[in-house]
Ligand binder design. Structure first.
Ligand code: EPZ
Length: 428
């Protein structure tokens, strides 16, 4: 078992380079199944969710070559059986994308009900609604969803509410369907635009990605291309918040400032200085942090994936802040861990009330999910004393080399392997 040991209280200073976007990469890696030739993805983040996606493809018969650390060649022509290995599929949420992509190519797909971070109930009813609109039928047997269709016919898909995964799966299933598909009430996240750009570069015909109406004309053939994945706006936001929480001065490089608009606006409201450049932002703090209110919304609103990090920052802001997150049933499980460090937060359902405190004190805490784990690291960096963050496998699902990137910014963070009670090996 591994944990991070952090000696807090040091302002982060220097430069950090952002990796490819996890939530784009998981969709694009799954989408390679639709490609009729080998294709290459650049800026592939080295994170465990991607490792699992590539293992799934290899197990199913794809040929995958690491051309260098973040450039990967995919040849999925060797896949003949549309059956995703059960245990791999159930380990993450993004495995649901294999339903759309396998259905789109084979008109048949077997994928375990997806797992992923425990943020409350995470059904896939809207995904199945999209597939059914295209003429597919589905059944659940032994924990596995089986979707199949004689043929997929383009149609109108109307989502009951914004769903990122549902929108991505609707695109994957319809890009080679017969005729036109119109997706209404579509989600507008940057990773949905990135998926559409990737598929269009191969010869797909997808218009309107990034708006709430996406129109798709089915095509028969997708050619091989080389495509760079967009930078991760949530990883960028996480380092921006870490710079603010430690009252540091950090240049965050390889970003698309447009994707950070709601994060930048909130940081400025709290009293953080954010300077925007073409492909980087500089974050610094030269005064007290002040309270604010946050309500998470679908893009372009404030992203739920930044809620734990901002709530942590607000524990150090003067005054009373209110954070409302009703995207998921329960995304405040980390609050109990912050309280161990002296935070003054009360949670009632989907609303957290945060009373600013002068400082946080280091303590042993656990990561309860991916973004909560990042929030624990931020809290440890800002706190006085030593913080140990356990269950860091959650963090490694979405943050490439996080301790090395933080060490480059002057953080005192080490990865420690706990072999058994009392004995530890320092590393990293
Ligand atoms: C994606 O999850 C992201 N995961 C999440 O990021 C992110 O928090 C979320 O979008 C919102 O932006 C990936 O991209 C792999 P939704 P997804 O479908 O697709 C409910 C991270 O930290 N819903 O937009 O699961 C659902 O339960 C992760 O990187 C249904 O009820 O999100 C949730 O309450 C965490 N039925 C809400 O809608 C459905 O069929 C939004 O879910 C689908 C969703």
């Amino acid at each position: 078992m591994e944990k991070f040991v952090i000696h807090g209280g040091k302002p982060l200073k220097g430069e950090v380079t952002i990796s490819g976007a996890k939530n784009a990469a998981v969709a694009l890696v799954a989408a390679t199944i639709l490609c009729d030739e080998p294709c290459v993805l650049e800026n592939v983040p080295e994170i465990s969710d991607i490792t699992i996606c590539m293992k799934i493809l290899q197990t199913m018969g794809a040929d995958i070559q690491l051309l260098n650390k973040n450039v990967v060649r995919f040849d999925t022509r060797g896949i003949i059986n549309p059956h995703v290995p059960y245990e791999m599929a159930r380990s993450m949420r993004a495995s649901s994308y294999f339903l759309g992509t396998l259905l789109g190519r084979f008109h048949d797909a077997y994928v375990a009900m997806p797992g992923g971070c425990d943020l409350g109930d995470r059904p896939i009813d809207q995904h199945l609604k999209a597939f059914r609109s295209l003429g597919a039928v589905d059944e659940l047997k032994n924990g596995e969803v089986h979707c199949y269709a004689d043929q997929l016919i383009g149609s109108q898909i109307y989502f009951d509410f914004n769903t990122v995964g549902g929108t991505i799966n609707a695109i994957l299933a319809s890009v080679k369907a017969k005729g036109r598909t119109i997706i209404e009430n579509a989600a507008k996240e940057p990773h949905i635009v990135d998926l559409a750009n990737f598929l269009n570069s191969m010869g797909a015909d997808i218009r309107g990605a990034g708006t709430d109406v996406i129109k798709i004309k089915g095509v028969d053939y997708l050619k091989g291309i080389t495509y760079p994945i967009i930078p991760d706006q949530i990883e960028a936001g996480t380092y921006m918040v870490a710079a603010a929480a430690t009252k540091g001065d950090v240049l965050v490089k390889n970003v698309i400032p447009k994707h950070l608009e709601s994060i930048t606006a909130k940081l400025r409201k709290i009293g953080v200085t954010v300077e925007e450049n073409d492909e980087s932002v500089r974050v610094s703090v030269d005064g007290a942090l002040t309270k604010t209110s946050i309500k998470t919304m679908p893009h372009p609103g404030f992203p739920t994936d930044m809620q734990p990090q901002f709530s942590t920052l607000l524990t150090l802001a003067e005054g009373t802040s209110i954070v409302t997150d009703d995207i998921f049933d329960n995304r405040f499980r980390y609050v109990a861990e912050l309280r161990r460090m002296g935070a003054d937060i009360s949670v009632d359902g989907k609303v957290a009330v945060i009373e600013g405190v002068g400082k946080l004190n280091g303590a042993p805490v656990v990561a309860t999910d991916l973004r909560a784990g990042a929030a624990m690291v931020i809290a440890g960096l800002a706190a006085e004393g030593i913080t140990e963050v356990s269950d860091i496998h959650y963090i490694e699902r979405g943050y490439e080399c996080i301790e090395k990137k933080l060490q480059m910014l002057g953080a005192d963070i080490k990865r420690v392997t706990v072999t058994e009670v009392g004995s530890v090996q320092m590393s990293g």
